[in-house]
Design a protein around this ligand. Structure first.
Ligand code: UDP
Ligand code: MN
Length: 262
């Protein structure tokens, strides 16, 4: 088992489609690190098989079965369900260092150099740059850190109800402590940046390594399919769809992805 890995999370078959495209995108840029996909029991067995073909490990994580403090914490704060699930990435202690990628991210150029960074590294959130965006982050799996994060979540909750608020409160010195922990925006470019600051995108867009489709709709939602039919050069949703159509769709049976049927 490699000592370093990419990690993503899918709690249902829709996000699993995102994880499949992400996995193929990592492969297409020849990353030397494998991908671990964390899933929950909502993910169908057919989808688990597909994920198993392209990743090094499909790890089922289930907060309600974990019988640890996260389980009790979730009973008290059910709204933090997926947040607690994401925190499980710290339990992957077979690896010394990992980079977490949301399932709605797409790797468009090799960025294995992220493994040279230290915990906790992340890029600024485009909406509030004094906070980091928790869709891409470098971390070191550790049961101790996991326990502290769960404890912190129970005590403090999350100011935005999700993992980003919680992690920003826990790693509160991210913005000020060490500039090397602040990843360049090209490692977590929110897809909307290409039109919200178009001159910057024109100047720097060619350097982008990872695109993040924050908010909704996600690329796999049917309404976005039109982007594939009428692609504009550099369109990241079209890039997502290209990978989906070429590498993912042929291995899905028709009942696994009904939204694509006309
Ligand atoms: N996620 C999931 N199931 C959900 C919601 C989220 O598996 O129902 C995971 C998935 O990896 C996703 C991440 O949690 O990419 C963060 O959620 P999302 O990307 O939807 O948040 P955003 O980036 O839009 O704020
Ligand atoms: Mn996301």
């Amino acid at each position: 088992m490699a000592a370093e890995a990419w990690v993503t999370l899918a709690t249902n078959d829709s996000y699993a489609v995102g994880a499949l495209v992400l996995a193929h995108s990592l492969k297409s840029v020849n990353s030397t690190r494998p991908l671990v996909v964390m899933i929950t029991d909502q993910v169908s067995s057919a989808m688990r098989n597909r994920l198993g073909e392209i990743s090094c490990r499909v790890q089922e994580v289930n907060v309600m079965d974990s019988k640890d403090s996260a389980h009790l914490a979730l009973l008290a704060r059910p709204e933090l369900g997926i947040t607690f699930t994401k925190l499980h990435c710290w339990t992957l202690t077979d690896f010394s260092k990992c980079v977490f990628l949301d399932a709605d991210t797409l790797v468009i150029q090799n960025c294995d150099e992220l493994f040279d960074r230290e915990e906790f590294s992340a890029a600024a959130d485009a909406g509030w740059p004094d906070c980091f965006n928790s869709g891409v982050f470098v971390f070191r799996p550790s049961m101790e850190t996991y326990g502290k994060l769960v404890e912190f979540a129970v005590a403090e909750g999350s100011f935005d109800g999700g993992d980003q608020g919680l992690l920003n409160s826990y790693f509160a010195d991210w913005a000020t402590k060490d500039i090397s922990r602040r990843l360049p925006f090209i490692y977590n470019m929110t897809a909307s940046a290409s039109y919200s600051y178009r001159p910057a995108y024109k100047q720097f867009g060619k350097n982008v390594r990872i695109v993040h489709f924050i908010g909704s709709p996600k690329p796999w939602q049917a309404s976005e399919a039109s982007a594939f039919q009428n692609p504009v050069p550099g369109d990241h949703i079209a890039h997502w769809w290209r990978i989906f159509i070429c590498n993912v769709l042929p291995r899905l049976s028709s009942d696994m992805f009904p939204i694509l049927r006309p």
